[in-house]
Design a protein around this ligand. Structure first.
Ligand code: ZN
Ligand code: ZN
Length: 258
């Protein structure tokens, strides 16, 4: 039996649009930093022999702070280097008192530095397979990035055959995974998998798994040309919220029926 299909319902609000604009100007700043500083920092990055090649929390602190401070300055929200280092330390210890804006710029800075690691991994020709995880030995079911060790929830159905490729929104590395079933729990039961979409986002489907409650955003590159997947993922965050809502509602109905 084929997986079910359904429709997501939501409304996009003005604040999402403003968030895109802010992101775009910060992303430009990251790209300027790449042009000016990547050769300097690339010389300091050391990749491990096997995955994860360079976990995001092991990236050089100085590079992250340098880029973060550029983003803070671009946003008109400068902090001192001493403050930045203190916040970074707290963040690494898992406790942060940063405001959400400062934190989102930190994530962008981490990602900007992680992209250098991914580029280096690609230049070294590391295999395009995900990091194996405990539940499975099959690397074609892995949703964990072999470069930065982050979980990915974004897949691309590539041209021309619709092969499924995971895309890490932290570092941009990509690896091939199998086309069917849930990567998060391994369920191959088509009845548990539902594909949800909304006409405002053509070419994108949310593959939700009722067996484990996880979802995966699938962008069909045969229908939609995407230049920046991190941007596309952020721009379509309402789909994530709608998928979470859908899962919650269906879990409720399921509880009522049984
Ligand atoms: Zn990654
Ligand atoms: Zn699942």
């Amino acid at each position: 039996m084929a997986a079910k299909r359904g429709k997501l319902v939501f409304t996009e609000d003005e604040s999402t649009k403003q968030a895109y604009q802010k992101y775009q100007s910060l992303k430009q700043e990251v790209s300027n930093w790449h042009q000016e500083r990547s050769s300097h920092w690339l010389a300091t990055l050391v990749l491990a022999q096997k995955p994860p090649y360079l976990p995001i929390m092991d990236l050089p602190e100085d590079a992250i702070i340098e880029l973060w401070q550029r983003l803070n300055t671009a946003a008109g929200a400068q902090i001192s280097d001493a403050e930045a280092r203190e916040y970074w330390k707290q963040f690494k210890d898992g406790q942060t008192t940063m405001n959400p804006e400062l934190l989102s710029r930190l994530h962008l800075a981490q990602s900007g530095v992680a992209q250098l690691a991914a580029n280096q991994a690609k230049a070294q020709g590391v295999p395009a397979i995900g990091l194996r995880y405990i539940a499975s030995d099959d690397p074609t079911t892995s949703y964990i990035c072999p470069v930065c060790d982050e979980v990915s929830t974004l897949a691309i159905l590539s041209k021309p055959n619709g092969h499924r490729i995971m895309h890490c929104t932290s570092c941009g590395f990509e690896w091939t995974v199998r086309r069917a079933g849930c990567l998060y729990c391994g369920s191959e039961d088509a009845k548990q998998q539902t594909y949800l979409k909304n006409e405002e986002f053509p070419g994108i489907e949310m593959a939700v798994c009722q067996a484990c409650g996880h979802y995966l955003k699938e962008i069909d590159a045969r229908k939609l040309i995407v230049l920046d997947y991190m941007w596309e993922d952020l721009k379509t965050l309402p789909l994530n919220f709608a998928a979470e809502f859908w899962l919650k509602e269906h879990a409720k109905n399921h509880d009522q029926i049984h």
